[in-house]
Design a protein around this ligand. Structure first.
Ligand code: AMP
Ligand code: ZN
Ligand code: FE
Ligand code: FE
Length: 275
């Protein structure tokens, strides 16, 4: 087995640590290949790459694009040209829509009598804004005790502060990564409720499934390894680490040597490779 991490977040989106702190931590826990995959931004990548120099861990840039699907369908991207102007302007648009979503969430929460503002939420993120920042603002005010509690009480479907995500469709996200020279993997596949379009995504360029997700049981891993095998896809592995004091996750996951090898071979075929 190999220790890797193809999925993690910094404070440029909804993580707690800086990209440099993550690179140092990745080395400390013995990771071989580490990817920073912030939500809808690549702004943390230069700092991560710089901090990765001269370490035993290889540090790479990636992304996680949140789609418009309400079942948390997120697409991970690797090996793309993160300086591509088209790619960057699409991300900017997704982040703009995230602000609109947070404005709607705030209006709902204020309608519930909560004293909360967009400005104080905006101050909690370096760049990408999302529900976790709303949760953090509620926690700071003592309205809830944790991010998790904020999600459960206010921010999930059916709860008073919920607004559907306004990101791209899954196909748009996959094509965007492909058009920038990279390849896409389906993040935390167990959150998906609707698989009816899966064959279309594969046809249009989805190349991997995150079978080795930190919270997956052996049974779930086997199920998604089989889904990947039957569609000729790669499997990927990630911790979805957001840093303390969020969810109790740790950096790094164990994957079979072959999973790591096939993934790195695919990455090496990206042109131009900017990871
Ligand atoms: P958003 O991008 O605004 O839709 O928020 C999605 C992010 O919120 C995910 O990527 C997770 O980091 C986080 N998240 C989702 N559900 C929960 C939960 N139940 N508790 C804590 N964090 C969550
Ligand atoms: Zn996140
Ligand atoms: Fe995700
Ligand atoms: Fe994530």
């Amino acid at each position: 087995m190999k220790k890797v991490d193809f999925h993690s977040h910094s404070r440029f989106s909804d993580g707690i640590l800086s990209p440099a702190e993550l690179a140092a931590k990745a080395e400390a826990v013995g990771i071989e290949d580490y990817f920073l995959t912030d939500h809808d931004t690549v702004s943390g990548i230069p700092e991560a790459l710089e901090a990765g120099e001269g370490r035993t861990v290889s540090v790479h840039g990636g992304i996680e694009i949140n789609t418009n699907r309400t079942d948390q369908l997120h697409i991970l991207g690797y090996g793309f040209d993160w300086r591509s102007p088209d790619f960057l302007s699409s991300l900017e648009e997704f982040r703009r829509r995230r602000v609109l979503r947070v404005e709607k969430i705030v209006a709902r929460l204020r309608g519930q009598g909560l004293d909360i503002s967009v400005d104080e939420i905006q101050a909690l993120s370096y760049e990408t804004l999302g529900r976790p920042h709303v949760a953090d603002a509620l926690r700071r005010k003592g309205i809830v005790r944790s991010r998790k509690a904020a999600f459960e009480r206010y921010l999930t479907p059916g709860k008073p502060g919920y607004e559907a995500p306004m990101g791209p469709s899954p196909l748009e996200a996959i094509r965007l990564i492909r058009d920038a020279g990279g390849f896409a993997s389906l993040a935390h596949p167990n959150t998906l409720c609707d698989w009816s379009e899966f064959e279309v995504w594969v046809k249009e360029g989805l190349e991997g499934i995150e079978a080795y997700y930190y919270s997956h049981s052996i049974g779930l891993i086997n199920r998604f390894v089989e889904t990947a095998r039957s569609h000729g896809l790669l499997t990927t592995g990630g911790s979805d680490y957001h840093g303390p004091p969020g969810r109790e996750t740790r950096l790094g996951v164990e994957v079979p040597d072959e999973v790591h090898g096939r993934f790195m071979e695919r990455l090496a075929r990206c042109s131009p490779c900017r990871s």
